[in-house]
Design a protein around this ligand. Structure first.
Ligand SMILES: [Mg+2]
Length: 188
């Protein structure tokens, strides 16, 4: 059975932007980034005068994520720029990314704006997804509209990914790969 996909949100799970007190959390380092989406959000300011966007990243997260039995995918508004600004500090290889057709579109059924696109992107493969904005409505919708197993795992933007989150992801993949695959009907 193929490994499941792991959809990775950046702001929240990897960058605990809401940490309290509001300073770089233990184990994290500060990175100053200038993704092009940030530069265009500051238009008409010229790029050189746009203040950098600060992110907190924990270098250990890269190794922890690579050790999980998943194929990693960026599922973030950073889109392809996660490969430029987030992947290298974590020592992650270039990863595929979900390219949102209409980011932050209000969903008519109150789902998170990423949910329908994420399900379309995974195209029937089992997947886990870590994000600080997903909730029960998204889980219910995915259960109805996605034919393979899925784990939508909320991560606090105050803490980012912690030991318990990695354990939950590892346990779910183990369940899927050992017990959750389609049952063989046996020979003959
Ligand atoms: Mg987020």
């Amino acid at each position: 059975m193929d490994k499941p996909l792991l959809l990775l949100d950046v702001d929240g799970p990897l960058n605990p932007f809401a940490a309290r007190p509001h300073r770089c959390p233990q184990g994290y380092a500060t990175y100053r980034t200038k993704p092009s989406s940030w530069i265009s959000a500051n238009a008409p300011k010229p790029a050189f005068s746009v203040p950098p966007l600060r992110v907190w990243l924990n270098a250990e997260h890269g190794a922890r994520l690579k050790a999980l039995p998943y194929d990693l995918v960026w599922a973030t508004t950073w889109t392809h720029e996660a490969n430029e600004w987030i992947g290298p500090p974590l020592d992650l290889p270039e990863l595929p990314f979900v390219n949102w057709p209409r980011p932050r579109r209000i969903d008519p059924e109150g789902l998170h704006w990423k949910t329908r696109y994420a399900v379309e992107w995974v195209a029937g493969r089992p997947f886990a997804w870590v994000d600080d904005e997903i909730g029960q409505a998204d889980r219910d919708w995915v259960a109805l509209h996605h034919d393979a197993p899925a784990l939508l795992h909320w991560v606090s933007p105050r803490r980012g990914l912690v030991e318990e989150d990695f354990r939950i992801l590892a346990d779910w993949a183990r369940w899927l790969l050992c017990d959750g695959g389609p049952a063989s009907s046996g020979p003959g």
